[in-house]
Design a binder for this molecule. Sequence first.
Ligand code: NAI
Length: 657
Amino acid sequence: MNNVMNTLTNLVHWQLTRENDGTAWAILDRQNASTNVLTAEVMAELGLLLDECERQPPKALIFKSGKAAGFIAGADIEEFTHLDTGAQARDLVRRGWDVYQRLAAAPYPTLALIRGHCLGGGTELALACRYRIAVDEAQTRIGLPEVMLGIVPAWGGMLRLAQKVGAGAALDMLLTGKSIDARRAKSIGLVDACVPPRVMDNAARTLVNSGRPPRTLPWLQRLLNGPLKWLVAAQARKQVARRAPQKHYPAPYAILDTWAHYAGNPLAVPADNPAAIDALIASPTTKNLLRVFSLQERLKGFGKTVPDFNPQHVHVIGAGVMGGDIAAWCVLHGFTVTLQDQTIERIAPAIARAAQLFAKKLRDNKAAHFTLDRLIADPQGNGVRRADVIIEAIFENLQAKQDLFADIERRARPDALLASNTSSLHLAEIARALQQPERLVGIHFFNPVAQMPLVEVVASSATAPLAAQQAAAFVRAIDKLPLPVKDAPGFLVNAVLAPYLNEAMRCVDEGIAPETIDAAMLAFGMPMGPIELADTVGLDIALAVGRQLIAADQQPKKVAALVAEKHLGKKSGQGFYLWREGRAQKAAAAPAPAGLQQRLLKPLLKAAAECVASGVVQDADLADAGVIFGTGFAPYTGGPMNYRIQHPDHEYSSKTS
Ligand code: NAI
C-alpha cells in the first residue's frame, strides 16, 4: 500500500491518509490521551475532515482507531456534567447530530473498522457509516450505554440502530445499555462482517469498495420500525416499567418516545415534553447517574499501575464459595492461578464452577478450554513459592488465618503481595502472626464474585502504603473497582448493609411479611429486597455479621431460630423464604405500613454517615460509590450520602446528623 499523507495538518486528533487507489483512512488518535473520547474538539475536527472529503472526495473512507485500547469510548461525559441549561444540552446534541447526518449522507462509501470498545457516540459514528466491520476479539464490545447515565443516544443512535438491526434488538440495546461482542453484532446485523485482526484492514478495503448495497431490513422488520412502532413501543414500555419506574429513571422512556414518535431525532422533541433533552438534563436522576459514572472513574483511578509490579501468578488458599470464584475470576482475566485447599475433593467443585463461568463468558469451547488450563489445583500449596499475589480465603477463624499466614510468609517470595479476603476479622490481628505485618493487605470481594463490581482494599494501621497500592492495581487488573477502606468492623459495605438487613429482620419479628418488606424496598429502587438479600447472602453469615456490628438488644430473633434449624436461606433451600430452583417462593405483598421505607433506610444512612465521619472511607463521595457498587443501592439516588443531601427532610437527616 502506498500512503499519501493528507494536507490536513491543522488536525491534531485525526489523521486523513489516502492510498493510491483513492481509498482514504480517517484515523482517530486523540492527542495526549490513552482512549478516544469524542470531545468538542474531536467532533469539530471531524467536521473539518468531512469538509476536506467534500472538497476532494475519496473513492471510499474507512474510520479506524489509532489507539491500542479500542475504537471510541463515546462522548466526553465530563462535558455533560457541566451542562446547566436545556439550550446548552441541545447545542451539544446538535453538534453530533449534524456531523453524523453529513457523514451518513456522504456520496462516497464509508466504513467503520471496529476493534476494542465502541460505545455511545462511537457506535453512532459507526452507524452513520455505510458499512461496519467488527474485529473478532474478546475486547471488542459495541453498545449504547447512555441510558445507564440517564441520557439518550442523541447523535443518531435512536434513529439508525433500529434501521440496521430491527426494532426488537435495537430497543434491547438502547433500553438496557448493554454492549455486545463482535459475533453477536454480526448475528443481529449491526456489523456486516466479523473478522480476525490479521485480515481486518484488507477486509475493510474490500468491503468499502465492493459496491455492495447497504443492509436493509426484511419487510416485517420494516413495519415494526415504521407503521407498527407504536405496538413495539407499548410492549417495550411495559417491560421497562417492571425494571425502572419512570419517576426514578426517565431516560428509557425518553428513548422509547423519541424513537416511536420523533423518528429518533431528539432535536425534534418539543422542549416541554418529558422526553426532551431539556427535561432529562434537569432531572436529578441524570445528575446523579452522571455523578455515579464519575465516581466509578475515580475508583478506577485508585488502581493505577504500580512500577515493577506486574503480577502474573495468583495463589488462592481456600476453594470454597469465595476462594473458588476469586480464582476463576483471576484466570478469566489472564492470570495463572494455583488453587489450594485441604483436599483435592474440596477443589474439584470450584474447578467445575470455573468451567461453567468460562463457557458462559467466553462462548467459545476452545477458548474456555485453554482458559481452564490456567487454573491449577494445588492441594500441596506449591504455588505459594512462585506466586506474585497470594489471596487467603479460608474459614473465618483468626487462629487458622494466623497460622496460615505465618507459614505463607516463610515460603512466599519476599516481594509477593499477601492478602486476606476476611470480612469480619481485624486485618491487624491477622498480621500479628507475620514477621513483616506491613505486607498484609485486605482484598475483600463480594458474593457473587462474578457479578459484584466492587472490591474493598483494606489497609490496617500496619499495612505498607505500597502493598495497598499494589492490591488496588491488582484489583483493577481483574477489572473490578477498588475502594480503599480502613480496617474497621465491616469495613464500609457490610457496616452499612448489616444495620439495614438487621432492621428488616426486626420488622419480620414484629409480624410484617417478608414479601411486604422486600416490595417496599424494591419500590424504592433497590435491586433486591433486604429479606431476599439476607436469604441470598446466607442467614448464618447475616447473623454472624449482625452479631459483630449490632448491639445485642437490637438483634433480630427469628433469624437466629432459622439458623439453629439449619435454615440458612437460598443455599439450604429454606430461609425466610422457601427456595425452589434458585428462586424465592413469594406470596403477594400486602401494602406497606406507613413509613416502612424510611424506617429501613434510616439505619443504612446513619451507618454510611458514621463510616465517613470515622474515616473508614476518605469522603462521602467514596461512601456513595462503595454502597452503590458494593450493594446495588438504588443508583438513581446517587448513593446514601447524596440521598441525605437531596432529602433533608428524611427522618435520619434531621434527627441524628
Ligand atoms: P467456605 O467455607 O465456603 O470456604 C472455606 C474453604 O477454606 C473450605 O473449602 C475449607 O476447606 C478451606 N480451608 C479451611 N482451612 C484451610 C487451610 N488451612 N488451608 C487450605 N484450605 C482451608 O468459606 P467462604 O464463604 O468462601 O469464606 C472464605 C473467606 O471469605 C472468609 O474469610 C469469609 O469471611 C470471606 N468472605 C466471605 C463472603 C461470603 O459471602 N461467603 C463474602 C466476602 C468474604
